[in-house]
Design a protein around this ligand. Structure first.
Ligand code: DGL
Length: 282
């Protein structure tokens, strides 16, 4: 099984900067090496088909396996909703952690009136995975979903337009508030970047639930060692690495070097030899 001692080198991916909210939390764990992939060439994932999301997630995971990661964090709800079981089947030896299941469990413990709102990408909402998980844990809950297709593009642009963001948030959140929810799931790793703006609209009566701290706790249970060790973080972006670097610097508070990664021309034989190798071990 997944040995606690071996987890030092971790791979994460997202369509863009959203997964950095997760990376930030993982930096406190006793991990030494982080490889972060922003699949900016295919962003936003929320507007893609389930088949495309599965294909992007699989190629990225294949690449990360060649980088000898010990565990994978899918730092993206859309990909967790559509690709997690497939990736777990494809890479049975790899510890893979998604954003949804533990977060939904935590949410059911937070709500007092049993009325929960979910904001997420169009593809996540189409899958209804967040809602299904909540209702599996507690079928008595009232769950209200809203797809927020405007948010990720507004967060990913180099010039943040706060007025447009606020208008979009009003449009998405007012119907949820009208349903008298007491708990709101930020069902996309980009949304914690708008937590202040969301809080301004929903007020103090509604508790926000995001996944990054829950992922860190889940992964932390598999790690041992000293969290003070030096961290090496390698960033790749599949398009416009300089745009990603600028945004990452704002979010992480430090300059980062980002390498362009072309998953189409990435040495296929390297991927295959790695996969064959893991098959022979199995
Ligand atoms: N940050 C992602 C998520 O959690 C991806 C959003 C997107 O690319 O649409 O769903």
């Amino acid at each position: 099984m997944h040995s606690a001692k071996k987890i030092k080198r971790i791979g994460l991916f997202d369509s863009g900067v959203g997964g950095l909210t997760v990376l930030k939390e993982l930096l406190d764990l006793p991990l030494t090496d982080f490889i972060y992939i922003a699949d900016s060439a295919n962003a936003p994932y929320g507007q893609k088909t389930p088949e495309q999301i599965l294909q992007f997630s699989t190629s990225i995971t294949q690449f990360l396996v060649t980088q000898k990661i010990d565990a994978l964090v899918i730092a993206c709800h859309t990909s967790s909703a559509l690709a997690l079981p497939h990736l777990q089947k494809m890479f049975p030896e790899l510890l893979i952690i998604g954003t949804i299941i533990q977060t939904m469990l935590h949410t059911t413990q937070q709500t007092k009136n049993g009325r929960i709102g979910i904001m997420a990408t169009q593809a996540s909402i189409n899958s209804h995975l967040h809602k299904k998980e909540l209702l599996t844990i507690n079928p008595e809950l009232d769950v209200f979903e809203v797809a927020c297709p405007k948010l990720v593009p507004l967060i990913e642009t180099s010039e943040k337009d706060m007025q447009q963001i606020e208008d979009a948030l009003q449009e998405y959140l007012l119907p949820l508030i009208a349903q008298k929810i007491d708990t709101l799931i930020l069902g996309c790793t980009h949304y914690p970047l708008l937590a202040q703006e969301i809080k301004k609209i929903v007020g103090d009566e509604i508790t926000l639930v995001a996944s990054e701290k829950i992922i860190a706790q889940t992964l932390g249970a598999h790690c041992i060692g000293n969290s003070e060790q030096q961290k090496n973080i390698t960033f790749y972006a599949t398009d416009a690495p300089e745009v990603f670097a600028q945004k990452a610097q704002l979010i992480l508070g430090a300059a980062v070097a980002v390498t362009h990664l072309d998953l189409n021309t990435y040495s296929h034989s390297e991927v295959e030899s790695q996969l064959n190798l893991s098959n022979t071990i199995l």
